[in-house]
Design a protein around this ligand. Structure first.
Ligand code: NAD
Length: 357
């Protein structure tokens, strides 16, 4: 395959973790016979400094013309004084909108080698954790009708949760398709005992499930799901849910794995063009010091190979290389523990490439 990737290093540690990730992709390319053509574009604070805007049109055009997008991170104290609409983080929202990315995938994987980082009891974490949260990204309360008005208790504010059939169908299909690449189990998370929007959501998920007789479907109310994630996370394979519930549950799922530097994410739309990025921010406190953990971004590239290009073998090769390096005892500062070998960003990247063979 010849694949053109738009690369948005962004700010802070973004360029450092991206450098290691493109190098890993090059290694995958030469091992499996693919050619990756990288085109760099500005986003976030770097774009504000160069052009005055966090998401220049040139970046949008470059992303739209590519096969997929790889992003580092954006933001930093230099731009904290700017009003919300002009801040680096606006680039993320802008890209999701421009690229029509409606599904956010957040895998939470606890590597056995890092089990001491898990805040859950050892017997619960034993055997590892591997949950994929599929969150609807462009609808629901965060985008619904909102406002202020006079109410019984004085001024009141409201936000509206509304979902249309087509919106739920497409996110449900995303979840079922992903489950087929995993353990073929989907847990639909809603609040159908209270919310009308959840009742429609559940009806549509049940309808879509008929297209996937090979995938097992369960339903769970969101409050119970929050409890079950810490009580027995191994019961979950894919969880699918609304924008707001997913926002909360994906962070909860991340925390049970214990390390922000390890967690990738993907935002997908209807074409294969997706945006892949680590869940962490630009970490200005360690930027430029060769201290950042590049694994979250490297694993985001593995997700890109799997979800945008159906290159499962290559994705697994990257994931296994990461596991190998962790099992060998190498750690960046964020995941360091007694008796392990401390390495920097560059060396971690080099070790992962070496493990690829
Ligand atoms: P952060 O994720 O950047 O950092 C939180 C803590 O985790 C810091 O101590 C940092 O050093 C550490 N950390 C994060 N990633 C790491 C890695 N790969 N390796 C080792 N340690 C790592 O969150 P923050 O400090 O709240 O935000 C910093 C900036 O990033 C802000 O401007 C914020 O708005 C922005 N941000 C951007 C994104 C994004 O680009 N998607 C996400 C979150 C925050």
């Amino acid at each position: 395959m010849k694949l053109s990737l738009a690369v948005l290093p962004g700010d802070g540690i973004g360029p450092e973790v991206i450098e290691q990730t493109t190098a890993v992709l090059e290694a995958i390319g030469s091992k499996y016979g693919h050619e990756f053509v990288f085109s760099e574009f500005l986003a976030g604070g770097a774009a504000i400094d160069a052009t005055g805007a966090p998401l220049p049109q040139k970046t949008i055009d470059g992303c739209q013309a590519s096969d997929s997008v790889l992003l580092g991170a954006v933001g930093g104290w230099q731009w904290d004084h700017l009003p919300g609409s002009e801040r680096p983080e606006r680039a993320l929202l802008g890209l999701r909108g421009e690229l029509e990315l409606y599904a956010n995938l957040r895998p939470a994987v606890l590597h056995e080698a890092l089990s001491q980082a898990c805040p859950l009891r050892a017997d619960i974490a034993a055997g590892g954790i591997d949950v994929m949260v599929v969150r609807e990204l462009t609808g629901g309360m965060y985008f619904g009708d909102r406002g202020r008005r006079q109410g019984k208790y004085g001024e009141e504010a409201y936000d509206t949760e509304a979902y249309g059939v087509g919106e739920v169908e497409r996110i449900a299909r995303t979840a079922f398709d992903i489950a087929r690449k995993r353990k073929s189990h989907v847990t639909n998370v809603d609040k159908a005992n209270v919310l009308e929007s959840s009742r429609l959501w559940r009806e549509v998920v049940l309808d879509v499930a008929k297209e996937y007789p090979d995938v097992e479907l369960a339903h769970m109310y969101v409050d119970n799901a929050a409890m079950q994630l810490v009580r027995d996370p191994q019961q979950f394979d894919v969880m699918v849910t609304t924008n707001m519930f997913g926002d909360i549950l994906s962070d909860e799922a991340s925390m049970i794995t214990g390390s922000i530097g390890m967690l990738p994410s993907a935002s997908l739309g209807k074409s294969r063009l997706g945006m892949y990025e680590p869940i962490h921010g630009s970490a200005p406190d360690i930027a430029g010091q060769d201290k950042a953990n590049p694994i979250a971004t490297i694993l985001s590239a593995a997700m890109m190979l799997r979800h945008s290009f159906d290159l499962e073998t290559e994705a697994v090769a990257i994931e296994q290389a990461v596991t190998t390096v962790l099992n060998q005892g190498y750690r960046t500062g964020d995941i360091m523990s007694a008796g392990m070998d401390l390495v920097g960003t560059k060396q971690m990247g080099a070790l992962i490439r070496e493990a690829l063979g």
